[in-house]
Design a protein around this ligand. Structure first.
Ligand SMILES: NC(=O)c1ccc[n+]([C@@H]2O[C@H](COP(=O)([O-])OP(=O)(O)OC[C@H]3O[C@@H](n4cnc5c(N)ncnc54)[C@H](OP(=O)(O)O)[C@@H]3O)[C@@H](O)[C@H]2O)c1
Length: 270
Protein backbone atom coordinates (compact mmCIF):
# COMPACT_ATOMS: atom_id res chain seq x y z
CA UNK A 1 0.00 0.00 0.00
CA UNK A 2 1.41 3.42 -0.87
CA UNK A 3 0.15 6.11 1.41
CA UNK A 4 1.80 9.29 2.65
CA UNK A 5 1.69 9.70 6.41
CA UNK A 6 2.30 13.20 7.77
CA UNK A 7 3.51 13.43 11.37
CA UNK A 8 3.18 16.77 13.17
CA UNK A 9 5.52 16.52 16.16
CA UNK A 10 8.05 13.69 16.15
CA UNK A 11 8.72 13.18 19.86
CA UNK A 12 8.69 10.07 22.06
CA UNK A 13 5.20 8.84 21.30
CA UNK A 14 5.22 9.62 17.56
CA UNK A 15 8.53 7.75 17.23
CA UNK A 16 7.06 4.80 19.14
CA UNK A 17 4.15 4.67 16.70
CA UNK A 18 6.09 5.28 13.47
CA UNK A 19 9.21 3.15 14.05
CA UNK A 20 7.42 -0.24 14.10
CA UNK A 21 5.56 0.76 10.91
CA UNK A 22 8.95 1.18 9.25
CA UNK A 23 10.45 -1.91 10.86
CA UNK A 24 7.63 -4.05 9.54
CA UNK A 25 7.62 -2.31 6.17
CA UNK A 26 4.00 -1.26 6.50
CA UNK A 27 5.31 2.12 5.35
CA UNK A 28 8.57 3.04 3.63
CA UNK A 29 10.71 5.92 4.99
CA UNK A 30 9.98 8.07 1.91
CA UNK A 31 6.24 7.80 2.67
CA UNK A 32 6.65 9.53 6.06
CA UNK A 33 6.72 13.36 6.25
CA UNK A 34 7.49 14.71 9.73
CA UNK A 35 7.50 18.21 11.10
CA UNK A 36 9.14 19.27 14.37
CA UNK A 37 9.36 22.64 16.04
CA UNK A 38 13.07 23.33 16.45
CA UNK A 39 16.11 23.09 14.21
CA UNK A 40 17.85 21.25 17.07
CA UNK A 41 15.32 18.38 17.05
CA UNK A 42 15.36 18.38 13.26
CA UNK A 43 19.15 17.96 13.18
CA UNK A 44 19.09 15.36 15.90
CA UNK A 45 16.51 13.23 14.07
CA UNK A 46 18.23 13.73 10.73
CA UNK A 47 21.53 12.55 12.26
CA UNK A 48 20.41 9.84 14.67
CA UNK A 49 17.07 8.36 13.57
CA UNK A 50 17.71 5.03 11.96
CA UNK A 51 15.34 5.57 9.03
CA UNK A 52 15.74 8.27 6.37
CA UNK A 53 12.27 9.74 6.65
CA UNK A 54 11.36 13.18 5.30
CA UNK A 55 11.81 15.58 8.18
CA UNK A 56 11.50 19.36 8.44
CA UNK A 57 11.28 22.03 11.10
CA UNK A 58 8.88 24.94 11.35
CA UNK A 59 11.28 27.50 9.84
CA UNK A 60 12.27 25.34 6.91
CA UNK A 61 11.00 26.18 3.42
CA UNK A 62 9.55 22.65 3.20
CA UNK A 63 7.63 22.86 6.49
CA UNK A 64 4.32 22.74 4.62
CA UNK A 65 4.98 19.36 2.98
CA UNK A 66 3.43 17.55 5.93
CA UNK A 67 0.08 19.10 5.04
CA UNK A 68 0.12 17.40 1.61
CA UNK A 69 -0.27 13.98 3.23
CA UNK A 70 -3.83 12.65 3.20
CA UNK A 71 -3.41 11.14 6.69
CA UNK A 72 -1.70 13.06 9.47
CA UNK A 73 -0.73 12.06 12.97
CA UNK A 74 -0.85 15.01 15.35
CA UNK A 75 1.61 14.28 18.16
CA UNK A 76 2.58 17.56 19.81
CA UNK A 77 1.98 18.29 23.51
CA UNK A 78 -1.52 19.63 24.22
CA UNK A 79 -0.08 23.02 25.23
CA UNK A 80 1.66 23.24 21.82
CA UNK A 81 -1.60 22.84 19.92
CA UNK A 82 -2.21 26.59 19.80
CA UNK A 83 0.85 26.94 17.54
CA UNK A 84 -0.41 24.53 14.89
CA UNK A 85 -2.08 26.23 11.93
CA UNK A 86 -3.94 24.06 9.47
CA UNK A 87 -2.93 24.50 5.86
CA UNK A 88 -5.73 23.60 3.52
CA UNK A 89 -4.61 21.16 0.90
CA UNK A 90 -6.97 21.64 -2.01
CA UNK A 91 -5.73 18.54 -3.84
CA UNK A 92 -7.24 16.19 -1.29
CA UNK A 93 -10.80 16.44 -0.16
CA UNK A 94 -10.51 13.44 2.15
CA UNK A 95 -7.91 14.66 4.67
CA UNK A 96 -7.69 12.76 7.92
CA UNK A 97 -6.05 13.96 11.12
CA UNK A 98 -5.39 11.52 13.97
CA UNK A 99 -4.76 13.29 17.26
CA UNK A 100 -3.05 11.54 20.16
CA UNK A 101 -3.28 14.64 22.37
CA UNK A 102 -4.58 13.85 25.84
CA UNK A 103 -7.91 15.47 26.62
CA UNK A 104 -8.44 17.40 23.36
CA UNK A 105 -11.96 16.65 22.11
CA UNK A 106 -13.07 15.88 18.58
CA UNK A 107 -15.13 19.07 18.65
CA UNK A 108 -12.04 21.17 19.46
CA UNK A 109 -10.03 19.36 16.79
CA UNK A 110 -12.74 19.91 14.19
CA UNK A 111 -12.77 23.63 15.00
CA UNK A 112 -8.99 23.92 14.64
CA UNK A 113 -8.80 21.64 11.59
CA UNK A 114 -12.01 22.33 9.64
CA UNK A 115 -10.65 20.75 6.45
CA UNK A 116 -9.94 17.43 8.13
CA UNK A 117 -11.94 14.50 9.36
CA UNK A 118 -10.56 14.14 12.86
CA UNK A 119 -9.93 11.04 14.94
CA UNK A 120 -8.90 10.80 18.60
CA UNK A 121 -6.51 8.07 19.60
CA UNK A 122 -5.70 7.77 23.30
CA UNK A 123 -2.62 5.66 23.78
CA UNK A 124 -0.27 4.90 26.66
CA UNK A 125 3.44 4.83 27.40
CA UNK A 126 3.96 1.04 26.89
CA UNK A 127 3.37 1.74 23.19
CA UNK A 128 7.09 2.60 23.21
CA UNK A 129 7.82 -1.14 23.62
CA UNK A 130 5.01 -2.38 21.38
CA UNK A 131 2.67 -3.07 24.33
CA UNK A 132 0.41 -0.06 24.00
CA UNK A 133 -3.31 0.16 24.62
CA UNK A 134 -5.01 2.57 22.25
CA UNK A 135 -8.61 3.74 22.40
CA UNK A 136 -9.90 5.20 19.15
CA UNK A 137 -12.90 7.41 18.62
CA UNK A 138 -13.84 8.04 14.98
CA UNK A 139 -15.64 10.92 13.39
CA UNK A 140 -18.60 9.79 11.28
CA UNK A 141 -16.88 10.64 8.03
CA UNK A 142 -14.14 7.97 8.13
CA UNK A 143 -14.70 5.14 5.65
CA UNK A 144 -13.91 1.50 6.34
CA UNK A 145 -10.75 1.35 4.25
CA UNK A 146 -9.20 4.23 6.20
CA UNK A 147 -10.40 2.78 9.52
CA UNK A 148 -8.60 -0.47 8.77
CA UNK A 149 -5.36 1.35 7.90
CA UNK A 150 -5.54 3.61 10.98
CA UNK A 151 -6.27 0.68 13.31
CA UNK A 152 -3.29 -1.10 11.80
CA UNK A 153 -1.02 1.83 12.71
CA UNK A 154 -1.80 1.29 16.41
CA UNK A 155 -2.32 -2.50 16.36
CA UNK A 156 1.25 -2.68 15.21
CA UNK A 157 2.31 -1.45 18.66
CA UNK A 158 -0.28 -3.06 20.90
CA UNK A 159 -4.02 -3.50 21.22
CA UNK A 160 -6.76 -1.24 19.88
CA UNK A 161 -10.23 -0.60 21.32
CA UNK A 162 -12.95 1.43 19.62
CA UNK A 163 -15.11 3.70 21.77
CA UNK A 164 -17.58 6.50 21.51
CA UNK A 165 -15.75 9.63 22.62
CA UNK A 166 -17.58 9.72 25.99
CA UNK A 167 -15.53 6.72 27.15
CA UNK A 168 -12.10 8.04 26.14
CA UNK A 169 -11.67 9.93 29.43
CA UNK A 170 -12.06 6.82 31.58
CA UNK A 171 -9.97 4.86 29.08
CA UNK A 172 -7.24 7.49 29.43
CA UNK A 173 -7.40 7.44 33.24
CA UNK A 174 -7.22 3.64 33.38
CA UNK A 175 -4.54 3.09 30.75
CA UNK A 176 -2.54 6.33 30.32
CA UNK A 177 -2.49 7.72 33.86
CA UNK A 178 -2.43 4.40 35.69
CA UNK A 179 1.12 3.43 34.61
CA UNK A 180 2.24 6.25 36.96
CA UNK A 181 0.08 4.76 39.74
CA UNK A 182 1.63 1.34 39.16
CA UNK A 183 5.12 2.87 39.16
CA UNK A 184 4.29 4.57 42.46
CA UNK A 185 3.06 1.28 43.95
CA UNK A 186 6.24 -0.48 42.80
CA UNK A 187 8.36 2.28 44.32
CA UNK A 188 6.43 2.17 47.60
CA UNK A 189 6.55 -1.64 47.88
CA UNK A 190 10.29 -1.46 47.22
CA UNK A 191 10.60 1.05 50.04
CA UNK A 192 8.92 -1.62 52.17
CA UNK A 193 11.72 -4.00 51.15
CA UNK A 194 14.23 -1.30 52.01
CA UNK A 195 12.60 -0.83 55.41
CA UNK A 196 12.99 -4.57 55.98
CA UNK A 197 16.73 -4.43 55.25
CA UNK A 198 17.04 -5.20 51.53
CA UNK A 199 18.69 -2.82 49.12
CA UNK A 200 16.37 -0.65 47.04
CA UNK A 201 17.77 -2.17 43.84
CA UNK A 202 17.06 -5.75 44.92
CA UNK A 203 13.66 -4.74 46.32
CA UNK A 204 12.68 -3.19 42.98
CA UNK A 205 13.81 -6.26 41.09
CA UNK A 206 11.81 -8.52 43.39
CA UNK A 207 8.70 -6.34 43.18
CA UNK A 208 8.88 -6.12 39.38
CA UNK A 209 9.27 -9.88 38.99
CA UNK A 210 6.53 -10.51 41.55
CA UNK A 211 4.13 -8.25 39.63
CA UNK A 212 5.13 -9.77 36.32
CA UNK A 213 4.55 -13.31 37.62
CA UNK A 214 1.28 -12.37 39.27
CA UNK A 215 -0.08 -10.75 36.11
CA UNK A 216 1.07 -13.67 33.93
CA UNK A 217 -0.61 -16.13 36.27
CA UNK A 218 -3.88 -14.20 36.19
CA UNK A 219 -3.75 -13.98 32.41
CA UNK A 220 -2.49 -17.49 31.61
CA UNK A 221 -4.71 -19.33 34.08
CA UNK A 222 -7.62 -16.91 33.76
CA UNK A 223 -7.59 -16.22 37.49
CA UNK A 224 -9.59 -13.15 38.54
CA UNK A 225 -7.87 -10.67 40.92
CA UNK A 226 -10.26 -11.44 43.80
CA UNK A 227 -9.62 -15.20 43.37
CA UNK A 228 -5.86 -14.71 43.42
CA UNK A 229 -6.16 -12.58 46.54
CA UNK A 230 -8.11 -15.39 48.26
CA UNK A 231 -5.57 -17.99 47.08
CA UNK A 232 -2.68 -16.29 48.89
CA UNK A 233 -4.57 -15.17 51.99
CA UNK A 234 -4.64 -17.77 54.74
CA UNK A 235 -6.52 -17.46 58.07
CA UNK A 236 -4.76 -15.20 60.56
CA UNK A 237 -1.70 -15.15 58.29
CA UNK A 238 0.72 -12.53 57.02
CA UNK A 239 -1.24 -11.53 53.93
CA UNK A 240 -4.50 -10.77 55.73
CA UNK A 241 -2.49 -8.68 58.19
CA UNK A 242 -1.11 -6.69 55.23
CA UNK A 243 -4.52 -6.38 53.57
CA UNK A 244 -6.13 -5.21 56.84
CA UNK A 245 -3.76 -2.29 57.11
CA UNK A 246 -4.39 -1.32 53.47
CA UNK A 247 -8.17 -1.40 54.04
CA UNK A 248 -7.76 0.64 57.22
CA UNK A 249 -5.73 3.28 55.34
CA UNK A 250 -8.31 3.47 52.53
CA UNK A 251 -5.94 2.10 49.88
CA UNK A 252 -8.62 0.53 47.69
CA UNK A 253 -10.82 3.62 47.85
CA UNK A 254 -7.82 5.86 47.12
CA UNK A 255 -7.12 3.88 43.94
CA UNK A 256 -10.75 4.02 42.80
CA UNK A 257 -10.89 7.76 43.43
CA UNK A 258 -7.54 8.35 41.72
CA UNK A 259 -8.93 6.90 38.48
CA UNK A 260 -12.12 8.93 38.71
CA UNK A 261 -10.25 12.15 39.46
CA UNK A 262 -7.98 11.55 36.45
CA UNK A 263 -11.08 10.91 34.30
CA UNK A 264 -12.69 14.16 35.48
CA UNK A 265 -9.48 16.09 34.90
CA UNK A 266 -9.41 14.79 31.32
CA UNK A 267 -13.03 15.92 30.83
CA UNK A 268 -12.07 19.43 32.10
CA UNK A 269 -9.37 19.85 29.44
CA UNK A 270 -11.85 20.12 26.58
N1 LIG B 1 3.90 10.65 27.40
C1 LIG B 1 2.86 9.83 27.52
O1 LIG B 1 2.73 9.00 28.44
C2 LIG B 1 1.80 9.88 26.49
C3 LIG B 1 1.03 8.75 26.29
C4 LIG B 1 0.07 8.82 25.29
C5 LIG B 1 -0.13 9.98 24.56
N2 LIG B 1 0.60 11.07 24.83
C6 LIG B 1 0.38 12.28 24.04
O2 LIG B 1 1.36 12.29 23.03
C7 LIG B 1 1.62 13.64 22.68
C8 LIG B 1 3.11 13.79 22.46
O3 LIG B 1 3.79 13.49 23.66
P1 LIG B 1 5.37 13.22 23.63
O4 LIG B 1 5.71 12.74 25.01
O5 LIG B 1 5.74 12.39 22.45
O6 LIG B 1 5.90 14.74 23.42
P2 LIG B 1 7.37 15.21 23.00
O7 LIG B 1 8.35 14.11 23.10
O8 LIG B 1 7.62 16.49 23.74
O9 LIG B 1 7.21 15.57 21.44
C9 LIG B 1 6.54 16.71 20.98
C10 LIG B 1 6.95 16.93 19.52
O10 LIG B 1 6.17 18.00 18.99
C11 LIG B 1 7.04 18.88 18.28
N3 LIG B 1 6.40 20.20 18.17
C12 LIG B 1 6.17 21.10 19.15
N4 LIG B 1 5.55 22.19 18.65
C13 LIG B 1 5.39 21.96 17.31
C14 LIG B 1 4.84 22.71 16.24
N5 LIG B 1 4.30 23.92 16.42
N6 LIG B 1 4.85 22.17 14.99
C15 LIG B 1 5.39 20.94 14.77
N7 LIG B 1 5.93 20.18 15.77
C16 LIG B 1 5.93 20.69 17.00
C17 LIG B 1 8.29 18.85 19.10
O11 LIG B 1 9.38 19.38 18.38
P3 LIG B 1 10.67 19.97 19.19
O12 LIG B 1 11.37 18.79 19.77
O13 LIG B 1 11.44 20.66 18.14
O14 LIG B 1 10.14 20.90 20.24
C18 LIG B 1 8.40 17.33 19.35
O15 LIG B 1 8.91 16.69 18.21
C19 LIG B 1 1.04 14.51 23.80
O16 LIG B 1 -0.03 15.27 23.29
C20 LIG B 1 0.54 13.55 24.85
O17 LIG B 1 -0.72 13.96 25.37
C21 LIG B 1 1.61 11.03 25.74
Amino acid sequence: MSIKLGVIGFGNIAKAIVTPLLEQKILEPEEIFCLVNSRKSFENIKKNYKYKINIDHLNSSKANLVWNCPIKLLAVKPQQLKNIKEINNYENNNNILISILAGVSLKTLETIFPNHNCIRAVTNIPITIGQGLTGISWSNEIDNKNKIFIKRIFENSGKVFEFSEDYLDIFLALTSSAPAIIALIIDALSDGGLGGGLTKKLSEELVLDMIFGTVLMMKDLDVRPSELKDMVTSPAGTTIAALRILEKKGFRSALIESILVAMNKSKEFK
